[in-house]
Design a protein around this ligand. Structure first.
Ligand code: ZN
Length: 139
């Protein structure tokens, strides 16, 4: 396996999970994040779950790589029982959720089957393209 350069990372998401009992605290975090890091992009409340790979109600915060060392430790100190998924944005949604995930608090099992199927198809196509390129080089 090759080591991946961190330049692959174009930014991050943090998905902040909550339930009925913890939604109020999630709201406090939401307002405080907006105040402290106005450049972070806060997504809407997603009460309905599951949604995509997320099995639990959540909202998302998108932020650039430079904010990581400020925002992530602050969330760790202030999670107050919430689970949070931090993932890279490299351009491949499946890899970002399945391989490049980091957790603040206990992890939640993501629903990756749908994304995995199309990812496996893409991997198969890449393999074929690589094989075809190798074949034409060899000829
Ligand atoms: Zn995300």
């Amino acid at each position: 396996m090759e080591f991946r350069p961190k330049e692959k990372i174009k930014g991050y998401h943090v998905h902040i999970y909550y339930d009925g009992a913890s939604k109020q605290w999630a709201g406090h975090l939401r307002r405080e994040i907006a105040k402290r890091w106005p450049e972070a992009v806060i997504g809407r409340w997603r009460d309905k779950a599951p949604q995509g790979p997320h099995p639990v109600s959540h909202f998302q915060v998108a932020f650039r790589t430079e904010l990581f060392s400020e925002l992530v430790p602050w969330l760790a100190l202030n999670r107050n029982g919430l689970s949070m998924l931090v993932h890279t944005n490299t351009g491949d949604g499946y890899e970002d959720h399945a391989f490049y995930d980091m957790w603040i608090g206990p992890s939640v099992e993501l629903r990756l089957d749908g994304m995995r199927a199309s990812w496996e198809k893409r991997q198969e196509e890449k393999k074929k393209e690589k094989q075809a390129a190798n074949d034409s080089e060899a000829a």
